[in-house]
Ligand binder design. Sequence first.
Ligand SMILES: [Fe+2]
Ligand SMILES: [Fe+2]
Length: 507
Amino acid sequence: MPGKPRLLCVDDEPVNLKLLDTILTSQGYDVLTVPGGQEALGVIQEKEIDLVLLDVMMPGMNGFEVCQWIKEREEYRNIPVVMITALASKEHRTRGIEAGAEDFISKPIDKNEVLARIKMLLKMRDLNSRLNRGYANLNQLISSGEEAIKTFNPLHFDFISAIDNIVKQVIRQAGESSDKPRIVLVGFVDEERSWKWFQYESAFEELYRTPIEADVQKALRLPDYGESTIAFYNESDLEKIGLQAFVKKVESLIPIKLANFTCYLSAEFSIFAINYSNDLTSYDAAVLKSIVMQSLFLKSLADQVKETENAFAYLVSALVRASEANDEESGNHVKRVGLYCSIISRKLKLVESFVNNIRLSAQMHDVGMIYIPAGIIKKPGPLTRDEWNFVKNHPLFGVKILGNHPRLQMAKNIALAHHEKWDGSGYPYGISGEKIPVEARILTIADHYDVLRMSRPYKPSYDHETTVKILCEGNERVNPNHFDPRVFKAFLETASHFEEVFERWKG
Ligand SMILES: [Fe+2]
Ligand SMILES: [Fe+2]
């Protein structure tokens, strides 16, 4: 309940109203007075009222009717109603209870009794609204957690937007507009192991993030927290607990007088939610912590997935290096082929996971060559029929090496079918058209382009234009009928990027 509690007194006797006004105003309440039921309803709808003191016997709408009206409406139901009844009127009390009144005061009123009852009811109302806020927060937390998991993409996890979300939630969590932090400061340890701090403010429904240039860690003399710390402070406590020095330091960083704030501090991430207009409790601090935890959990998950992905990519390149032991000339061939494949796949509007997968899987297209003796690979002249037939087994050797893991399914498809041709004239099975997996149809073009650009024992290197010309017109080895026309079209439309990749990863 920010500010002074606002009480509405309803009585048709001006003397009674005057008396209540005097008693209550002197105790620091904001008092509104009206002479009848109808007027009371108007005020309740226009202004936020914290408690109603209601005379029973009034001309026009009486106290029971007013009370019933309040209690029937969801939006006003929680306003406590105290009925002022004649002493010993048992009937009035029964009717008042039926109408939903919270309490009764007898006339003539006793000042201390009135004040004690009002204080107690306001406290109950405050607790009640905290409870409601708690339920709303819990629902909010659950649904934003659900949303975060649904949209979670570990390979494209962006910590800054995750932090934006934390702040949005902290601000949204607080509910009513009068009841949210005005400023949120967030700091985290970046990839270079140094702290970065941001200041967030919300205005006109928008969230504004600005970097803080000052070294906040140093300015606030925040310790290196081994364990995370969560705390909340109210303006009234700041002096008592000797936090003035700290407050001064914060105030030197942000142009605002520090009042109620809560914070979560840890070795990697810290957040201050500053200047709530209501008093804070451990509940607010716990909400802050659970919001932060949600995002930090996702970050750590994303970090782990990325690390595993990197390890996987590293092992793929180790496998490729091993398979190229007898072919020192190949250099960055497989890396370039992987990149060409992702260019064509993107042009064909294949899904992002396919595009990522083919970049790596394509690199393993010739792992089966590990079985081909160096003597054959390095032979300067033409191969004998038997030698050539043996080389043509390398797709099957590749399948043998890659095995049955689902993660290597695409690599296996490529290894097996990368020498199959659209017109059915390829090997090892001579399958044609769409029976050849699309990833292998893509790789075939990419591989041909790169081999034409490289110098091999049996051929010179060609420049980009000549290579494209050969692929379009054919020569003694290549024929455009070998390629899926749709994939070939995508290649021609992106050919300039192939040249860029070749130049970038030459050698
Ligand atoms: Fe091959
Ligand atoms: Fe190749």
